[in-house]
Design a protein around this ligand. Sequence first.
Ligand SMILES: [Fe+2]
Length: 294
Amino acid sequence: MMDYPVNMDLKPEVEAFFGEPTNTISYIVKDPSSEACAIIDSVMDLDYAAGRITHDSADRIIARIKERGLKLEWIIETHVHADHLSAAPYLQQELGGKIGVGEGIMIVQETFGKIFNEGTEFQRDGSQFDALFKDGDTYMIGNLQAFAMFTPGHTPACMVHVIGDATFTGDTLFMPDGGSARADFPGGNAAVLYDSIMKVLALPDMMRLFMCHDYGPNGREIQWETTVAEEKANNIHVGGGKTKEDFVKFRTERDAQLSMPKLIIPSLQVNMRAGEVPRDKDGKQMLKVPVNGL
Ligand SMILES: [Fe+2]
């Protein structure tokens, strides 16, 4: 395993924003020694039936950043989400900051560029983003050093972000009673996901873990924070000594029964463009539905 620059002495302030329609948790992560902050996994609101986009979720975060007098340096996407739209361009326009994603985005753009029959104007080189992270790449939020850890499996572009003693898991891991995310999207792989989860669980036991999603299994209230020790002991898919073979068998059988996320078609088209809504030849914002394409 590569040597990551873990520093448990750095303790960023983490503020969570739960978005009920898609069960997504977005975060503001603040450097304790300055006013610098980052946003992890923002949400743009979509009423798909009406084709209507609004920004109430992002506006809540913007208002909070302004109220606290913070300076936004990074807008991080842990991966190309398939269940909600990113608000990254809207946040950047309002507050500045750089949009970063894993360099695996190029594979995602290649795959879905074909599925959505995009023309040559759709760049497949990740150039819609300001930064493309490789495994172990570091970046600064004020004086706080963060790094990206390559964790493919759910998608080929997934990165977990480690910021001091706080780790943002994206969809690599859910709360202990939620288990793990599906691995059957194009470019996904259950065995690869297992290995990625083991990388996350090799972080220090007291590492705080922050989820991107929670669905409140068995009627419990929504939660988003746990620790490496908790996940190792209790995660229903990978904890308590479950083997890779157990995981792959379970994950593959479960995934075969899952229906597509409600917003997968608009989400992919927008998120593979760093959150920009595609435009037709007249410049109008327009989404496609590839029939039997997914
Ligand atoms: Fe996802």
